[in-house]
Write a protein that binds this ligand. Structure first.
Ligand code: SF4
Length: 592
């Protein structure tokens, strides 16, 4: 769009929304301001402006305000031009190649949309919004509350439901901005309705413009941030911080999908330090998908012994088999294909896709939930799936395309080493402290908000280490349920006294030679706690006596062959059958 009869002028003042005074060619003139928005940050006394002389000599106000200089930037503020430049842009084939109709100002319901377009079978309504408000490269709309704009959005949602394609087209009337976001300061209802419109299928576009003193044309797409500009601002400082401060962890070396996958599954519910030795041992024995697909379940559980949540290990093997069968042994490289693997949910799929393939998908774990709810002072309950989904959406919108993996890892890393749980964040070391709402309010300890978990069921058990000089009795747990397929010492419900324990041994046909209390121990699973008391019962001939599925395992076999959950570790130790897991210490986290 080209303007004629443009003159440079100096802005003086704006006595009302419709007119202003300016010095043009050394003379004070009245100029017409088409843009009735506030524009307070633009129309500053002394600002260089560009005005157009009217082609109609009879007009009372001879000049129209067209553009203004703001620092280095030239901003077009002609509120009638956005519709025209979008129309020109569509006419040039930029919107669709097969446009057959462009009709301005088309009535729909009680609204009048800026453009109605037909392209092939498509029937399209486009509402155009000119944007002149810019601060630090961020453009926002509206610059003053606009109930009319909200009404237009509601009508677009309705049109969408009735089968039309619908667009809101934000024309950024300047060049070189960072992103566009709705203005929640001036009109939160507009921002809320815009998000609702996007969710309902109304497409949101933003384009900047090539602006000259006497012309304007649509130029390039501009990123739209509907969710959280605060998170958007945090992205670059977090990536920079991560690159400079990341810990040296085994799975960050020679990173590939298999290594990330194994580490991420191990790290669920288990601390980094506890995982390291397991990871090294696992990778040494099962270095690739193929070896994992072929390992026996018993060996797999042995490698996993002490990490807990044993279904994770079983799912690893199933997924490895899936990769062998469906992908010829090659780890899939798309988010959806990775997500379709057994045992892989949003978090792990996002982690593998972004860390390894730089796919901009979120990886939201407990660390990320903590960091984000603190940054945003978000009071919603993070145990709700909808809240996690919302946070995934906020992150997905702002993941830097060129640094998706480092960004996801930066949030996880910040949560792990700086934004610590239990009210102990090290805000002094935080690279996004200046953006953190909880820090600003001094409310870091109030986030994340978590609904109180239901209390765990307490189960009392008496554990028996029946042994003779060579072996101890163990049995395999059922194939389904808690600790499925693992091995355990025989046990019964309830706490028995020493005499009762002796009687129980006799009732099994054993001849107890000596009994020794092994003390009490507690093991916490996610929904149940075992409160155990244990006895070592030395018998004369173990193998001849015990019936059923009992196995007699020597110390070496306990150490090397049979996977036993760490719940029984205190009794292995107390009975002198101590075995060491890969880390040389009891895994400190609950198992299920
Ligand atoms: S300032 Fe403190 S509370 Fe906020 S994100 Fe950083 S560490 Fe967490």
């Amino acid at each position: 769009m080209k303007y004629e009869r443009i003159e440079k002028a100096v802005f003086m003042e704006r006595p009302n929304r419709f007119i202003a005074y300016a010095v043009i060619n050394g003379k004070k003139e009245t100029i017409h301001v088409k843009n009735t928005g506030r524009c307070a940050e633009l129309l500053i006394p002394g600002a260089a402006i560009y005005v157009q002389k009217s082609g109609n000599p009879a007009r009372k106000t001879k000049w129209d305000l067209i553009a203004v200089e703001k620092g280095e930037r030239l901003i077009n503020m002609d509120s009638q031009i956005p519709n025209q430049v979008v129309k020109e842009w569509i006419e040039k084939g930029n919107f669709a190649p097969d446009v057959t109709l462009i009709r301005p100002e088309t009535v729909y319901g009680s609204s009048r949309f800026d453009l109605y377009v037909e392209a092939g079978e498509r029937k399209i309504f486009i509402e155009v919004k000119g944007v002149t408000l810019e601060e630090g490269g961020v453009c926002r709309f509206p610059d003053a509350p606009s109930d009319r704009a909200v009404k237009h959005l509601e009508e677009l949602i309705r049109a969408r439901k009735e089968g039309y394609e619908t667009y809101v087209f934000f024309v950024i009337q300047m060049k070189g901005v960072r992103y566009f976001t709705p203005n929640t300061d001036t009109h939160p209802a507009f921002a809320e309705t815009l998000s609702r419109a996007a969710a309902a299928g109304v497409k949101i576009l933003a384009y900047d413009c090539a602006v000259e003193t006497d012309s304007i044309a649509i130029a390039d797409p501009v990123e739209v941030v509907l969710g959280s500009p605060r998170l958007k601002e945090a992205a670059q400082p977090l990536v920079k911080w991560f690159r400079e401060n990341k810990r040296d962890l085994p799975w960050r070396k020679r990173m590939n999908a298999y290594r990330v996958w194994i580490s991420e599954i191990m790290l669920q519910q288990t601390r980094v330090e506890a995982v390291k030795p397991y990871y090294e041992r696992f990778l040494k024995e099962l270095p690739d998908v193929e070896s994992l697909a072929e390992v026996s379940e018993e060996r797999l559980l042995k490698l996993w012994e002490g990490l807990g949540y044993y279904s994770r290990a079983r799912n690893l093997k199933k997924a490895a088999q899936q990769i062998m069968d469906e992908y010829g042994g090659r780890f899939p490289e798309s988010y959806d294909a990775i997500h379709s693997l057994k045992g892989i949910g949003n978090y792990t799929a996002g982690a593998i896709s972004s860390f390894v393939y730089n796919i901009p998908k979120p990886a939201v774990d407990g660390n990320v939930l903590r960091v984000v709810t603190r940054l945003l002072a978000d009071p919603e309950d993070i145990t709700k799936a909808a809240v996690k989904k919302k946070i995934e959406g906020l992150i997905e919108e702002i993941i830097p395309r060129e640094a998706a993996g480092d960004f996801n890892q930066s949030l996880i890393e910040l949560g792990a080493i700086v934004c610590l749980p239990n009210g102990e964040p090290k805000c002094g070391e935080c690279p996004v402290r200046h953006l953190c709402l909880a820090f600003e309010q001094g409310t870091q300890r109030e986030y994340p908000v978590r609904r109180k978990a239901a209390p765990r069921r307490i189960e009392e058990r008496t554990v028996f280490v029946f042994c003779d000089s060579r072996a101890a009795a163990i049995q395999k747990r059922p194939d389904r349920g808690l600790l499925a397929g693992m091995y355990e010492f025989p046990s019964v419900k309830g706490h028995m006294s020493q005499d009762e324990a002796v009687e129980y041994g006799k009732s099994l046909g054993l001849v107890p030679v000596r009994i020794r209390s092994l003390g009490n121990a507690k093991h916490i699973f996610s929904h149940v706690e075992w409160h155990m008391t244990g006895y070592e019962i030395l018998v004369d001939e173990l193998e001849k006596s015990l019936p059923g599925n009992v196995i007699f395992a020597g110390r070496d076999e306990l150490e090397e062959k049979y996977p036993m959950p760490s719940a029984f570790e205190p009794y292995l130790r107390a009975a002198g059958l101590e075995k060491r897991n890969a880390g040389g210490k009891t895994a400190p986290y609950p198992e299920q």
